[in-house]
Ligand binder design. Structure first.
Ligand code: DAT
Length: 175
């Protein structure tokens, strides 16, 4: 059982392909929380510093995106979805979820998405070494970081149920 807590929820998720969007979509349908996709917000507002030629992707301008998010984060009830976490202020979040997927499933999902070469290898390695879980534990209180396994559709359903229960409990505690 996840602990009841106060204000914001941060759903921090891992490497691409672990099921962040799928989970967020289902949570939005089941709760009145809003889904804030940091990657999408950055794209819409051109929050980039440069282009990374190795990974073939733009590099996030962290200060710009934090300024944009600040207003939205003050009201609470936000699910923040991104693959990194150490640059967000700790005060924004009450809880951090890190999704994990085994290498075989992740390899298949990322290959289907068109990832190959170094980008594919590095993302798989990031998952193997638990890089983002480590980053979350280093950046936030240990008792607010939860790891959720996301290998199968059944596990996805369980994760949704567990988080919905946590949100219901959070609402009751606020009444
Ligand atoms: P992300 O947003 O983390 O990049 P996604 O939600 O787009 O990931 O999911 C990538 C693909 O994997 C998509 O086709 C749905 C599938 N998928 C996600 N989570 C899954 C799970 N737990 N079991 C089976 N398939 C899953």
């Amino acid at each position: 059982m996840l602990p009841p807590t106060s204000f914001f929820t941060w759903l921090l998720f891992r490497t691409p392909g672990v099921g962040k969007s799928t989970l967020c979509q289902q949570l939005v349908e089941r709760t009145n929380f809003q889904w804030l996709e940091v990657g999408k917000l950055a794209k819409e507002n051109n929050c980039y510093e440069e282009f990374d030629e190795v990974y073939r992707c733009p590099v996030l301008h962290e200060d710009k995106i934090l300024d944009l998010m600040e207003d939205q984060m003050t009201d609470g009830g936000i699910i923040v979805d991104y693959h990194g976490c150490d640059f967000f202020p700790e005060r924004w979040f009450d809880i951090v979820f890190v999704l994990r997927t085994n290498n075989t499933a992740l390899f298949d999902r990322l290959s289907k998405r068109g990832y190959s070469g170094k980008k594919l290898e590095d993302n798989i390695q990031c998952e193997i070494f638990g890089t983002i879980l480590e980053e979350a534990i280093d950046s936030y209180p240990k008792d607010s970081v939860f790891e959720l396994s996301s290998n199968s559709a059944d596990e996805m359903d369980q994760n949704v149920e567990q988080i919905v229960q946590w949100i219901e409990q959070w609402k009751q505690n606020k009444m």
